[in-house]
Design a protein around this ligand. Structure first.
Ligand code: ZN
Ligand code: ZN
Length: 354
């Protein structure tokens, strides 16, 4: 399998971002990501899909959209839609109808920033999900860069500090969201996790000071979704590459990596059974026992979880293997020391032992 670094959830001038599609592609080349998924609000501009090359680097830009009901106040229930064959914003009036329509058309539906909180210091309302029993969605945006900024900016002073020193923001996905995800997994649901940046490259001014906060290239160096695709599937052909990316994204074949403290490329989590092997996102029979193996790309605090409960923890070593005989959803987390504290580094998708 080949690992592809994807940055997803970003806005251009087609909605409330400040860059053009071409600017985002250049920023992705600067940051070294291989695929970006643009998701403007309620508009699908697929004409911008394609490759941008510079020297020996290539980035593939694909276009999805972030759909929500613009008539609703406040504007909650944002849905990230990928691989839909047409504009889906016409279904925005009802989130469950929207999810069902996206899935019926063969698209992927991810709940964006499901537990987003209000941030009064910058006059931002909470844009969380308020449909507690949503069904049929592909997965959730487990870690959102901009939502996390709101949680660490209780005063304007905090907000200014983080605008100038954004490396202090990220510590990990919202614990409430992790708990909700684990509850769904423990109930037998398959829910894929992605990490999003929600990049806008906003221009702000305070008196004489003007600044672009959180530039695109900054976001592309932080919270990424790393996908595993078959070696031959990602080959430079737009149709094939698009299919390979969305196949892996929909299956949860990969992990969320915070690449700023140290690159997360190389992380692996796999299951080895009697007659088959499984990757993140796969199902495998537990009959006869299964060996789970995790490989961290560097020393870190690792945790193996079953249905949300930590069953194994390890430090300093990079490889872990554990024999399992019970069914459940198993996933791996890793934490790394950076700027004075333990911060979330890697969050794998589950392997489902049935
Ligand atoms: Zn949103
Ligand atoms: Zn957004």
């Amino acid at each position: 399998m080949r690992e592809i670094i994807v940055n997803l959830h970003m806005h251009t001038r087609y909605s409330d971002g400040t860059g053009l599609h071409a600017d985002l592609a250049q920023a992705a080349l600067d940051a070294g990501v291989e695929v970006i998924l643009v998701t403007d609000h309620n508009v699908l501009a697929r004409c911008f899909e394609g490759y941008t090359r510079r020297e020996r680097k290539t980035v593939l830009l694909l276009v999805g959209e972030e759909v929500h009901d613009q008539a609703r106040q406040p504007q909650k229930n944002h849905l990230l839609v990928f691989n839909a064959p047409r504009e889906m914003a016409t279904f925005a009036h009802d989130p469950q109808t929207l999810i069902d329509a996206v899935r019926r058309e063969g698209g992927l539906a991810f709940l964006a920033h499901p537990t987003d909180q209000a941030c009064p210091s910058i006059k931002e309302t909470a844009i969380n999900w308020v449909l507690d029993d949503a069904q049929n969605f592909t997965g959730i945006e487990l870690w959102n860069g901009l939502s996390e900024f709101k949680t660490v900016s209780p005063t304007r002073l905090h907000a200014y500090f983080h605008a100038f020193f954004p490396q202090w923001i990220a510590t990990g996905p919202d614990p409430l969201l992790l708990a909700r995800w684990d509850a769904l997994l423990a109930a037998g649901r398959k829910v894929a996790a992605i990490g999003g940046s929600d990049a806008h490259a906003l221009h702000v001014s305070a008196g004489p000071l003007r600044r672009e906060i959180f530039p695109y290239a900054w976001h592309f160096r932080t919270i990424n979704t790393h996908l595993l695709v078959p070696d031959e599937a990602f080959c430079g052909d737009l149709e094939m590459d698009r299919a390979a990316i969305y196949e892996a994204l929909g299956r949860g074949r990969g992990f969320v990596g915070y690449d700023l403290p140290a690159p997360t490329r190389g992380f692996r989590f796999s299951a080895h059974g009697r007659d088959m092997q499984a990757q993140m996102g796969d199902e495998i029979s537990v009959e006869g026992g299964v060996t789970l193996q995790a490989l961290l790309p560097g020393p870190a605090l690792g945790r193996l979880l079953k249905d949300g409960r930590v069953i194994r923890q390890w430090r300093t070593r990079e490889a872990m293997s554990q024999v399992i005989s019970e069914p459940g959803a198993y996933r791996v987390e890793a934490y790394i020391h950076y700027l004075g504290k333990q911060r979330g580094w890697i969050f794998s998708n589950p392997i489902y032992l049935r």
